[in-house]
Design a protein around this ligand. Structure first.
Ligand code: NAD
Ligand code: UDP
Ligand code: UDP
Length: 329
């Protein structure tokens, strides 16, 4: 692995979001100068408020679907809403963010000769017919469904990354990120971990979609950021795509029961219709990440949930304000 250079100027798009804010924090802690670019569609200034006074941190409001001319040494491209509720809110903008955003960031990387990371997703595998999913699996994706703006947008972004790599010799690093959770998830973003925790803490019904037998594998945010940083530190011969996620697989019913146990909540489980094209199962095959990055996650779901519950507990304790207003780092 290449030695990492502490003096780099690093652009993080989507840096005011859940994962982006943790990444900015870690990069600054390593001594880098970080330029955080975000249009605040799902991210908030609050997520990076604690970094604003730091001379190594700069925040810029910008939409990556428009060209961006800045001078940096590395780019992490994370800009894109990640929760189904948010990415389906304006699906055309979601595809534009993935595709035009990738073209602009790749154009920027090409002009600068900068190494560029892409936050791809397990959604490129769709509703997978191979389980667990290795990187060599091409996926099972509906091109015209409600999730397609995200799934196909991210697939096209991967195509663009590999074509810029082949055609313009760009140094690319593509990670396929599986469900990740932790502090600074948006309380109202509709993802299952934040939904269940907020519902449990408020004593509301816990909404299980479908019969709750569908599975996901949840990675705690600190593990994921470790994996991303290790990927970026690999030599030019390694591009990915590489799966980053926790291979421990749970049904949504098991997740709900664990959240109830940890919070001590008296919430009841209620069953709601399953959204269209909801993947039945998902678990990463992480052998490539283990071999090439020496990475595997270390935070068990119960431990990560405890940390996340503590975060949402503090958030909701701001009693006089709504979770939306209270959402903060
Ligand atoms: P998030 O919604 O918290 O963060 C996304 C950030 O991108 C937000 O701050 C948002 O305001 C910003 N953004 C959206 N559109 C933009 C645009 N056009 N221009 C500039 N900024 C824009 O979501 P997250 O969970 O932090 O996800 C970050 C990245 O990781 C996304 O690309 C997502 O697809 C990917 N990812 C996340 C997960 C996960 O489980 N969290 C899983 C797979 C992939
Ligand atoms: N671009 C950018 N910043 C730069 C260089 C390029 O935002 O510093 C954008 C620009 O909008 C361009 C896109 O990246 O359309 C792709 O750039 P590339 O050089 O690959 O293509 P071209 O400019 O030839 O279309
Ligand atoms: N889900 C659920 N209740 C909720 C929110 C989500 O049962 O309140 C389910 C959802 O149908 C899916 C799983 O939890 O099967 C994960 O959903 P999420 O939106 O977090 O992520 P993704 O589907 O993108 O993996």
């Amino acid at each position: 692995m290449r030695q990492y250079n502490p003096s780099q100027r690093i652009l993080v798009t989507g840096g005011a979001g859940f994962l982006g804010s943790h990444l900015c924090e870690r990069l600054i802690a390593r001594g880098h100068d970080v330029l955080c670019v975000d249009n605040f569609f799902t991210g908030t200034k609050q997520n990076v408020a604690h970094l604003l006074g730091n001379p190594h941190f700069e925040l810029m409001r910008h939409d990556v679907t428009f060209p961006l001319f800045v001078e940096v040494d590395q780019i992490y491209n994370l800009a894109c809403p990640a929760s189904p509720v948010h990415y389906q809110h304006d699906p055309v903008q979601t595809t534009k963010t993935s595709v035009h955003g990738a073209i602009n960031m790749l154009g920027l990387a090409k002009r600068l000769g900068a190494k560029i990371f892409q936050a791809s997703t397990s959604e490129v595998y769709g509703d997978p017919s191979v389980h667990p999913q290795p990187e060599a699996y091409w996926g099972h994706v509906n091109p015209i469904g409600l999730r397609s703006c995200y799934d196909e947008g991210k697939r096209c972004a991967e195509t663009l990354f590999f074509d810029y790599h082949r055609q313009h010799q760009l140094q690319i690093k593509v990670a396929r990120i599986f469900n990740t959770y932790g502090p600074r998830m948006h309380p109202n973003d509709g993802r299952v971990v934040s939904n269940f925790i907020v519902q449990a803490l408020k004593g509301e019904d816990i909404t299980i979609y479908g019969d709750g037998q569908q599975t996901r594998s949840f990675c705690y945010v600190s593990d994921l950021i470790d994996g991303i940083l290790r990927l970026m530190a690999t030599g030019a011969d390694f591009t990915g795509p590489v799966n980053l996620g926790n291979p421990d697989e749970f049904t949504m019913r098991q997740l709900a029961e664990l959240v109830i146990q940890i919070t001590g909540s008296r919430s009841q489980l209620v069953f709601r219709p399953l959204p269209a094209d909801d993947p039945r199962q998902r678990r990463p095959d992480i052998r490539l990440a283990t071999d090439r990055l020496g990475w595997s996650p270390s935070v068990a779901l119960r431990d990560g949930l405890q940390l996340t519950v503590a975060y949402f507990d503090r958030l909701l304790a701001c009693a006089s304000i709504t979770p939306d207003e209270a959402h903060s780092g």
